[in-house]
Design a protein. Structure first.
Length: 219
């Protein structure tokens, strides 16, 4: 399984557009693709789904069982592990895990979980690996390629998303800000990878993401 995250802490460089168009392109070529929206702005979801469907999956009530937020909500509330989540079928070869503006409420939980993994805290490992395990379940028996869209920051949601990625693609705009941003990205990814390597062996029973985050120019 190829899992690729599109990441840059500089905003507006084309991450979401690339995930959207590559998902269509690869699925048109016959490769089953799971697109995953882990950006709380949820732009990728809005590109894939009609407004009527968005109203269905983002109701005013708390549950949101059809989105990534609904799936991690039991962890957020401390009532259990990830809930099952059906991917949104776009075509027979293309599925979507819908994003959610409410996913931003998971940021503090993940921020807190990272240091607690050092204490072999199983609940912390459940939180840190929630995205990986959800994608693994949704892709099982279906996708050969997982494309992940994330928001433009170096926060805790993105750290959990990136350790779930075997490969990372860094879209860049040809400007000074993007070059400055690159200087933050390398050390951040190296530090996340190194820390996750040391934490991985501490977890028991759970499926652990590799956390390889290999930079990739081509898929
Ligand atoms: N290759 C491209 N050439 C020109 N414009 C583009 C290209 N890719 C994306 N855009 C435009 O740039 C804007 C930002 O694109 P997009 O939302 O994909 O970026 P993003 O990196 O996901 O942004 P964010 O960091 O806010 O999530 C959009 O208006 C999009 O249509
Ligand atoms: Mg985006």
């Amino acid at each position: 399984m190829n899992t690729v995250a599109f990441f840059n802490n500089k905003g507006g460089v084309g991450k979401t557009s690339l995930v959207y168009h590559l998902a269509w392109s690869f699925s048109d070529m016959g490769i089953p693709v799971l697109a995953v929206d882990l950006d709380p702005q949820a732009n990728l979801t809005a590109m894939f789904l009609e407004d009527e469907r968005l109203e269905d999956i983002w109701p005013d009530v708390e549950d949101h069982p059809s989105t990534i937020y609904g799936a991690v909500r039991p962890i957020l509330r401390g009532t259990g592990d990830i809930a099952s989540l059906d991917m949104e079928p776009i075509t027979p070869k293309l599925g979507l895990i819908p994003g959610d503006l409410r996913l931003s409420t998971f940021e503090d939980k993940l921020s807190d979980a990272w240091p607690r993994c050092h204490n072999d805290d199983e609940a912390a490992f459940r939180a840190m690996t929630a995205f990986h395990r959800l994608m693994e379940q949704a892709a099982s028996g279906f996708a050969e390629l997982i494309l992940i869209d994330v928001g433009p920051n170096l926060g805790a949601i993105n750290r959990a998303a990136l350790i779930a990625a075997e490969y990372v693609c860094l879209p860049l705009a040809p400007d000074l800000y993007s070059l400055q941003g690159l200087r933050n990205l390398g050390p951040a990814l190296t530090s996340w990878r190194k820390t996750w390597d040391s934490l991985k062996p501490r977890a028991r029973e759970l499926s652990m993401p590799s956390g390889k985050m290999v930079p990739r120019a081509t898929l």
